[in-house]
Design a protein around this ligand. Structure first.
Ligand SMILES: Cc1cc2nc3c(=O)[nH]c(=O)nc-3n(C[C@H](O)[C@H](O)[C@H](O)COP(=O)(O)OP(=O)(O)OC[C@H]3O[C@@H](n4cnc5c(N)ncnc54)[C@H](O)[C@@H]3O)c2cc1C
Length: 406
């Protein structure tokens, strides 16, 4: 391939920051542009599974996260009368090499930013990507909203679910609102009033009011994330969602509604809520895209921009990290193979990544089916999911298969 001299990344979210670190490890220069004025703390923790933790370890971030995250192996699902219904493996040291981890999103962002700063990479804040100006065999030029423009060998859109970079390639592929929202909050774990041996993190299923989730956060589990998912008919724009979120009483009522139909721990959990710790999460997904690459192959999208995934199996950011890591390895492989046609290799990368994303979407569907109202209250499902394909991925083999015939 023509030597990629520089990669420009749009978006300093989890995908963009992790990508910069992965590219740096492969000695590929990059620059990051972020629309916000500074890193944003939207609150809340995310769950990292072994497939992503393996990547973070290779990038040197895992040992920095370890003192910050809450480790666990299983997610527990209980009926509305608090009987164990189902479990879902999220990690396991012996089986997958890593326990699952819940870590504050902002802590993870801070770790990635600190590591980037140590190698002199600082995102350029206040730079909003506008549109691609031109693209040829060797470079791409794009414009920012402030009227400035820039060029690079490759432009990577890591700009999230409402990606503008994606809309340059797929103007009709708008995010689809799933008509579900989650309202979340955090409380002291003691407020839950459960014994130390109560199964956590837990999702309490309820036919009438939706699922209620309680998941420990911080290393010592001293804080509890709580949340409820429910149907919400109307799709809103950003200011509309902000108005819903700012109507804290609506959010509190949402969390408290129907509490008498759940086990008593739910009533205790929602009895005292700190207004500042409430968050709203409308669930969107992206229709399956025909391509994550522009026609000339100089613009690529990844992470939520390419495939926002509903939260069922907790794989959104975990799949984004898979994109990022395999992309950086493929780019390094391309630098070593001057005769390879970059766009063909990147299309193979996309195909193989899409297969994994499809696998997660199928897994989501199986999990949802298993927890349909007709299944609730029945005996606990005897067979678990075999998740080795998901958590135990061999990244070397994955990249070799892409580069093999390059
Ligand atoms: C409440 C909540 C909880 C979640 N929990 C989990 C979980 O437990 N496990 C999990 O795997 N996933 C979880 N997810 C999903 C996960 O957060 C996403 O998959 C992940 O954040 C995707 O990262 P990203 O970097 O691709 O996109 P984003 O995090 O959306 O980052 C995109 C970045 O691009 C910037 N940007 C956007 N437009 C432009 C532009 N035009 N120019 C420049 N910059 C731009 C944005 O400001 C942002 O910084 C959760 C999501 C939410 C909302």
């Amino acid at each position: 391939m023509t030597q990629p001299l520089s990669i420009a990344i749009i978006g300093a979210g989890l995908s963009g920051l992790c990508l910069a670190l992965a590219l740096h490890q492969e000695q590929i220069p990059c620059v990051i542009y972020e629309t916000r004025a500074e890193p944003l703390d939207i609150g809340g923790a995310i769950m990292l599974s072994p497939n992503a933790l393996r990547i973070l370890e290779r990038l040197g971030a895992y040992e920095r996260l370890q003192p910050l995250g809450y480790d666990f192996d299983q997610l527990y699902f209980r009926t509305e009368d608090d009987q164990l219904l189902d479990t879902f493996e999220f990690g396991g040291k012996d089986k997958f090499g890593y326990r699952g981890m819940r870590v504050y999103r902002f802590e993870l962002i801070k770790v990635l930013l600190a590591m980037l700063s140590e190698v002199d990479i600082t995102p350029q804040y206040g730079k909003k990507f506008s549109h691609v100006v031109s693209e040829d065999e060797g470079s791409v030029t794009w414009a920012f909203d402030d009227g400035s423009s820039s060029s690079a060998s490759l432009l990577v859109g890591a700009d999230g679910i409402h990606s503008r970079v994606r809309s340059c390639m797929h103007p009709d592929a708008s995010p689809i609102f799933t008509k579900m929202v989650g309202v979340t909050a955090s409380i002291p774990t003691s407020q839950l009033g459960v014994d130390a041996d109560y199964t956590l993190p837990v999702t309490i299923m309820n036919r009438k009011h939706g699922a209620f989730i309680a998941a420990p956060q911080r290393k010592d589990g001293s804080e509890m994330f709580i949340g409820k998912q429910c149907p919400f008919a109307e799709d809103l724009d950003r200011p509309g969602w902000d108005r819903v979120l700012n109507d804290r009483q609506w959010c509190i009522d949402f969390l408290r509604k129907g509490q008498e139909d759940y086990p008593p721990l739910v009533g205790r959990a929602v009895s005292k809520l700190d207004m500042d710790k409430i968050n709203l999460w409308p669930f969107y997904l992206i229709p399956k895209l025909t391509s994550w690459l522009s026609d000339k192959g100089r613009v690529v999208i990844l992470g939520d921009a390419a495939h926002a995934i509903p939260p069922t199996a907790g794989q959104g950011v975990n799949q984004a990290f898979e994109d990022v890591y395999t992309f950086s390895r493929v780019m390094a492989g391309l630098q070593r193979s001057p005769d390879a046609v970059a766009s063909l290799v990147l299309r193979r990368w996309q195909d193989k990544r899409q297969l994994r994303v499809d696998g997660v979407l199928e897994l989501n569907a199986s999990i949802n089916k298993r927890r349909l109202p007709s299944a609730l209250g029945g005996p606990m499902a005897a067979e678990g999911f075999d998740l080795r394909w998901l958590y135990d991925i061999d990244y070397e083999k994955f990249v070799e298969e892409i580069m093999g015939s390059a």
